[in-house]
Ligand binder design. Structure first.
Ligand code: PLP
Length: 452
């Protein structure tokens, strides 16, 4: 009974990132159908999905190639354990494909079940790497303020979004957060070179304080996604890699969002930022969100060292999950890559991405917009209270209101603090971009009028 679905949800479900003050209130939007870049709720209302599911639905909804691949694999062999020396055909084939797409010598893959488990696996691998070489003290991790790396204990400890850190326990003894690296030339009061020097100086000081001999790895999203689409100043990625190399700290690139086409390339690290990491994490767009899957790509250098340093008494890297490299998910990912290559979806993003950002930047004239930033198909509009002077308050109420006006007009964006975050499916057309920007502009106008 569709009428009671919302009530059933309110009674029984605790959503991820649930607003507990709304627990039990029948207010959820239940999405029942989807096609292309549009989704439809349980009451039959349609919305343009400018969130891409959750940064993940890249080739769009309803792609028969992916659906057929997953059903065919489920029929043939839905599951078998991936542990030890057992695997499945799609996982093997997908690993080879990822090695082909990945930068440098990232030729070995450990599959996981999603982004958080891939983050955990990468960090555990980095720690194991030094432990197995007789350097047990080298296990600390450097992350950044405003990073988001997931919701399991360690991934959440690495994340640095202040609002998510209240009322939880975190690993704080060996996880250290560097300064948030976002640099917005439109609003910054200092030149990019100065900000870069401050950030790199801060990282150098942190390394000196913790001691390079104690640090296993540095983890970084090339562009911080849910922390507010924060783009570091030019040169930041290379300079941080160079510091890591100098101090024998492994560089982990978290491309859960920036990978699989969102910035116009299968992986952004090397092509856009000149960085070949030691470990690279992917998830989300890997299957276009049609199946849960994550992966850690490991450089040959790391893999070979691990193999040669293996402890003869216990040569096992005890890390993995029941559903690591699930065959149905891997078959879906292979079909996804085939579609992306055949339709040159990365090329399409390189074509429409700058248009998306250019159109969004027109919204800067709104009195309730403090900034617009992004790169290709990841972007956000930062709201401010109309007339407010000084630094923008992280005014969640305003972004929530803009989000709700968007929803009423048939557009889904993602509110976070004072931000409306967008990451539409990569197949979005120029016309759909115009519709997204048009609805958002109307919602911002309404929010501005509220105050008048
Ligand atoms: N890393 C980044 C950059 C993310 O944005 C996310 C999720 O949004 C994760 C890791 C965690 O992925 P998952 O939610 O699949 O566990």
């Amino acid at each position: 009974m569709p009428g009671s679905l919302v009530e059933t949800d309110a009674r029984h479900v605790l959503h991820p990132w649930a607003d507990l003050s709304a627990l039990g209130k029948p207010e959820s939007l239940i999405i029942s159908q989807a096609s292309g870049v549009e989704v439809t709720d349980s009451n039959g209302r349609s919305y343009l999905d400018a969130i891409g599911g959750m940064w993940c639905v890249t080739v769009g909804y309803g792609r028969t190639e992916l659906i057929e691949a997953m059903t065919a694999q489920a029929r043939m062999m839905p599951y078998f354990t991936p542990f030890g020396d057992v695997t499945n055909q799609p996982a093997t084939e997908l690993a080879a494909l990822l090695a082909e797409l990945a930068p440098g010598d990232l030729n070995r893959v450990q599959f996981t079940t999603g982004g958080s488990t891939a983050v955990e696996s990468a960090v555990r691998l980095a720690q194991f790497y030094f432990l197995s070489q007789g350097r047990p003290g080298k296990y600390h991790v450097l992350s950044r303020v405003n990073a988001y790396h997931g919701s399991t204990f360690l991934a959440a400890s690495l994340s640095g979004k202040a609002a998510d850190r209240t009322h939880f326990h975190y690993e704080s003894g060996w996880v250290h957060h560097l300064d948030s690296p976002g640099y917005d030339p439109d609003v910054s009061t200092v030149p990019a070179e100065q900000r870069l020097a401050e950030l790199i100086g801060g990282m150098e000081s942190a390394i000196a304080e913790v001691g390079a001999e104690n640090i296993a790895c540095f983890i970084a999203e090339p562009i911080l996604a849910s922390g507010g689409v924060l783009v570091p100043p030019p040169g930041y990625h290379r300079a941080t890699l160079e510091l890591c190399r100098r101090h024998d700290i492994l560089y982990i690139s978290d491309e859960v969002v920036t990978g699989f086409g969102r910035l116009g390339h299968f992986f952004a690290s090397e092509v856009k930022f000149g960085v070949v990491p030691d470990l690279l994490i992917t998830a989300k767009g890997l299957t276009s969100g049609y199946q849960p899957l994550g992966a850690v790509l490991i450089s040959d250098r790391i893999a070979e060292t691990l193999a040669s340093a293996a402890d003869p008494a216990n040569p096992v890297f005890s890390n993995g999950f029941t559903y690591s490299g699930h065959p149905v998910a891997c078959a879906t990912a292979i079909a996804n890559i085939e579609v992306m290559r055949r339709e040159d979806i990365c090329g399409h993003v390189r074509e429409v991405g700058p248009y998306f950002i250019e159109r969004l930047r027109e919204l800067r004239s709104s009195p309730v917009v403090a900034a617009v930033r992004g790169d290709h198909l990841m972007a956000c509009v930062e709201c401010r209270v109309d007339g407010e002077a000084g630094p923008t308050p992280r005014n969640q109420a305003l972004a929530r209101r803009v989000d709700s006006y968007c929803e009423q007009a048939g557009l889904l964006v993602r509110p976070y603090e004072n931000l409306c975050i967008m990451s539409p499916p990569l197949v979005v057309s120029r016309q759909e971009i115009d519709r997204i920007v048009g609805i958002l502009a109307g919602a911002l106008d309404r929010a501005a009028r509220d105050r008048a």
